[in-house]
Structures are given as structure tokens and as C-alpha cells.
Design a protein around this ligand. Structure first.
Ligand code: ASP
Ligand code: MG
Length: 471
């Protein structure tokens, strides 16, 4: 079998953990599999690099120095404890020191300009993965395996130049990946590749969006025709609900790509919103596994599910602390084509992301949900551009939650909506707004945030998700 295995930042942030991860890789390799490894930055590193770049903009040299000191210490100490062979240890330390020197030079240059372009920000952000990946590779070598570390750029991930959210150009990427990776696999070498980063056609390093290591793993899998992708992190799998809200939440054994997309958007395990795209096209199954619980089989995300599994509601998810905006036009919006277009165009132009929309057939108002940190921008945009013209009033409810029931079991089955709203009503929760896409994979509604947990528990009970006894 050919498996791409991605390890998240929490799986590699100490020497013990890196050794543990290396042993997981080793045992798969010895099981006669082709193994390709993708590595995230150590936990917290990407956030720190981001914070660092803010300090750089302020010209804060002191902060750069202490950041570099801490980063040097944390990475070198992992190497010190994880790599036993002296020659390898020195080689690893040297490689790391060179990278840190490169980072220091860049930061030192930029701090004088007190300005960071999206291009240089991506370059800076790439250091999280570029520092962590070689460490895993050296530990594998220390365990007697042949391994080679590569950046996403070196491996062949070609993207557009949309720094921060770059998209892969899949056709060329595939050709390049095959060209680079196949010979390594033939020679029995384990490629250990940085997640999160690629390069544009001019060779500039790009990043593919926060949480993008999963995405890099699926891009690589599609490129080299892997049989499966395993995303290793510190959770057992996708869950029927947030265990912090529902005590008997369980791990879901299998979901379809379409269901998983809904869950990712609704925050079950944070996944890059496009992470499943490359494997949906190629139908490569994705497994979510826990590095700290090897007995657990995790969740499988795949194209075709057994009949039984297609019949049920799978999870109740919630996005907390969002805001509801109601745009009313008085009589002026009724039967006036282009109203919605004007509203959404203005918001889109100002980069406000809208999570949910609803309009009643009376057409007298349009309701939408946005994240709280977009609220200010949204209201300002509406006030400046539309208020008093097409829009008569804008009202806001600034602490709501979106609750969603997800599962293909709702498709074409009567009475699910009735069960959902009955269950919620029984707990005395008021529903403020409702939306269901016609795919019927997701029924979402809005409640006051303080009612959210009640609603999630009510639905988890109603559909007996604690009992689906999945793993
Ligand atoms: N290190 C990147 C981030 O924190 C990518 C990832 O971890 O998936 O967003
Ligand atoms: Mg991450």
C-alpha cells in the first residue's frame, strides 16, 4: 500500500513525541508499504511567527532576538534528545542552525523597513515547517531508516501567487511530484515533506492557508496516487459533537467526503476548507488517527459508505459567538431585483465572509450570519454604502450560535426537520433563523449563544448519537 502520513504540530513538539512518531512511520514502512511523510510546524510556531511579523512591523528588534533565542533552544534541544548518533546529531544541528541564520537575516532586513509584504510574510511563515521537518527525517535516519527531507517547493508543489492562501496548480504539481518522489520510493527512501508550503512559478515560497498541512498531504496524495492519507493528530477522530458540550459524544467511524466537508466547515476538527478537494477528485480515503491512542481506528472519510452508514445523522456541530445581521428594506425591497446582489457585493468587496443567509418569500428583509470579528466591517459597509438608499434598517444580534445537524441520513427522509425543532423546543430554546441547503446534508439554525449547549445536547439525545457505538 502507498500511504501519505501527516503529523500535526502537537505530535512532534518534544523529543519523546518525535521518536514516537518516527516509530509509527517505521512500523508502517516495515509493513512493506510506501510511506510518504508530511510534517507541520511544532505546536505554536506558526502563531509565533505571525506574532513576530507584527513586532517586525513595529521595528521591535528586542523581540526578534528573544524569539530567535527561544526558537533555537526549543528546536536544538529536541534534536539533542531525539537524535542519538553523534554524527547525525551534528548534521541535524548544523542544518537547523543554517535555517535559523537565514531567518535571522530576513527578520533583520525587514525590521529596518518596518513593512512586510504578503510575499515576505509567507517566506517567514514557512520556517515553522522548514525547521520541524528535517528533525523528523534525522530521527528516522537515527532509527536506521533511509529518509530525505524536502520542502513543499522541492517536492514539487506549484501554486499560484496568492500569498497566504495560495492554490495548487494540480497538473504541473502532479508531474513534478511524480518526478521527485517516485525515484525516492523506488530507492526505499522515505520522503519527509514540509506541510503548508509550496512555491509559485517564480520560485517564491507560498503558503496554502492556515491548517494547510492537511491540505499539503492531500495534494501530495493525489499527485502520487496514494492509496490512503492518514492525518495524525491528538484527537481520535471526528466526533458526534463537541465532547466539552456533550458528555457521551463518540467518535464517528466513517463519513463520506460530502459529510466531512460539512463538518469541517462547522468546526468538528479544524480542517482546512479545501483539504478534501484533491482526494475527492481521486477518491483516496482519508483516515484521522490519534498518535497518542494507536489502538483506536479513528475516522475514515471516503467516497462510498456502507448502506447502513448512509442512513443516519452523524453529528451535531456548533459555531459559537457569531453575529446575526438583519437587513430590512421596508417595502422597498419587495419585488426589487438586484437587492441581494447589492448587499452581498458590497460585503464581498470589503472581504466580509457570510456564513449563512436566509430571506423569507415576503422579501422584506434578508438575514445573515457572520463571524464576530467581521461584524464591525459588515455593519460599517452596510451603513456607508446602502443605508438610506436601498436599506431602511440594519439590526444586529451580536451573540448567537449556529447549530447544524449533519448527515446524509437526512436526505429524502421525511420528518427530520420536525424532530430537530421539536427536540429543541422541548428544551425551551428559541430558534431565530433556519437554513438548509438542497443537498440536505446539513440543517442549520441560529439560537442565542447562551442556548447553544442546550440545543446541541437535545439533538445529540434525539438522534441517539451517543449510542451509535462507533468504535
Ligand atoms: N503550521 C501551519 C498552521 O499552523 C499549518 C498546519 O499546522 O497545518 O496553520
Ligand atoms: Mg496545525
Amino acid at each position: 500500500m502507498r500511504i501519505v502520513m501527516k503529523f500535526g504540530g502537537t505530535a512532534i513538539n518534544s523529543a519523546d513525541k518525535v521518536i514516537h512518531v518516527a516509530n509509527i512511520i517505521k512500523s508502517q514502512k516495515e509493513g512493506n508499504n510506501d510511506v510518504i511523510v508530511v510534517i507541520s510546524a511544532m505546536r505554536g510556531m506558526t502563531d509565533e511567527l505571525l506574532a513576530m511579523s507584527e513586532d517586525v512591523k513595529k521595528g521591535d528588534k528586542v523581540s526578534i532576538t528573544s524569539f530567535l533565542e527561544n526558537t533555537t533552544k526549543s528546536h536544538l534541544s529536541v534534536i539533542d534528545m531525539a537524535v542519538k548518533d553523534v554524527k547525525l546529531k551534528n548534521e541535524a544541528k548544523y542544518a537547523t542552525t543554517m535555517l535559523l541564520k537565514e531567518l535571522k537575516d530576513i527578520l533583520g532586513g525587514i525590521v529596518l523597513l518596518t513593512e512586510i509584504t504578503p510575499k515576505s510574510l509567507d517566506y517567514i511563515m514557512s520556517f515553522g515547517e522548514r525547521l520541524s521537518t528535517p528533525i523528523v527525517s534525522f530521527v528516522l535516519r537515527d532509527l536506521g531508516m533511509a529518509a530525505e527531507h524536502l520542502t513543499g517547493k522541492e517536492a514539487g508543489i506549484l501554486t499560484d501567487s496568492n500569498f497566504g492562501e495560495a492554490r495548487p496548480l494540480m497538473d504541473t504539481t502532479k508531474l513534478r511530484l511524480v518526478h521527485k518522489i517516485e525515484p525516492l520510493l523506488k530507492a526505499n527512501v522515505i520522503p519527509v515533506i514540509t506541510g503548508f508550503i509550496g512555491a509559485d512559478q517564480h520560485g517564491n515560497i507560498t503558503t496554502i492557508g492556515r491548517g494547510g498541512s492537511d491540505y499539503a498531504a492531500t495534494i501530495i496524495s493525489a499527485g502520487i496516487n496514494a492509496d490512503e492519507v492518514w492525518l495524525w493528530s491528538d484527537v481520535d477522530g471526528l466526533m458526534t459533537a463537541d465532547p466539552k458540550i456533550v458528555r457521551d459524544a463518540t467518535v464517528i467511524k466513517e463519513v463520506s467526503f460530502a459529510e466531512a466537508m460539512e463538518m469541517a466547515l462547522f468546526g468538528a476538527k479544524y480542517m482546512h476548507p479545501r483539504a478534501l478537494e484533491p482526494v475527492i477528485d481521486t477518491k483516496i480515503p482519508v483516515r484521522i488517527r490519534n498518535t497518542f491512542n494507536l489502538q483506536h481506528q479513528g475516522t475514515v472519510i471516503s467516497q462510498d459508505l456502507p448502506k447502513e452508514s448512509q442512513k443516519i445523522v452523524k453529528s451535531i456541530t456548533a459555531i459559537r459567538h457569531t453575529a446575526l445581521i438583519d437587513v430590512g428594506g421596508g417595502g422597498g425591497m419587495v419585488g426589487a431585483p438586484g437587492m441581494a446582489a447589492k448587499i452581498f457585493y458590497a460585503l464581498a468587496k470589503n472581504k466580509v465572509n457570510i456564513m449563512m443567509i436566509s430571506q423569507s418569500p415576503s422579501e422584506s428583509s434578508i438575514s445573515m450570519v457572520v463571524r464576530k470579528n467581521d461584524l464591525d466591517k459588515a455593519i460599517t459597509t452596510l451603513d456607508l454604502n446602502l443605508l438610506g438608499k436601498v436599506v431602511k434598517q440594519v439590526s444586529v444580534n451580536d451573540d448567537v450560535a449556529v447549530v447544524a445537524v449533519v448527515g446524509s441520513g437526512m436526505r429524502g427522509i421525511k420528518g427530520v426537520a420536525a424532530r430537530v425543532f421539536n427536540a429543541v423546543a422541548k428544551r425551551n430554546v428559541n430558534v431565530i433563523m433556519i437554513a438548509q441547503g438542497s443537498s440536505e446534508l446539513n440543517l442549520a439554525f441560529v439560537v442565542k449563544d447562551s442556548d447553544c449547549e442546550q440545543a446541541v445536547r437535545a439533538l445529540h439525545d434525539e438522534f441517539e448519537l451517543g449510542k451509535i457505538g462507533l468504535n
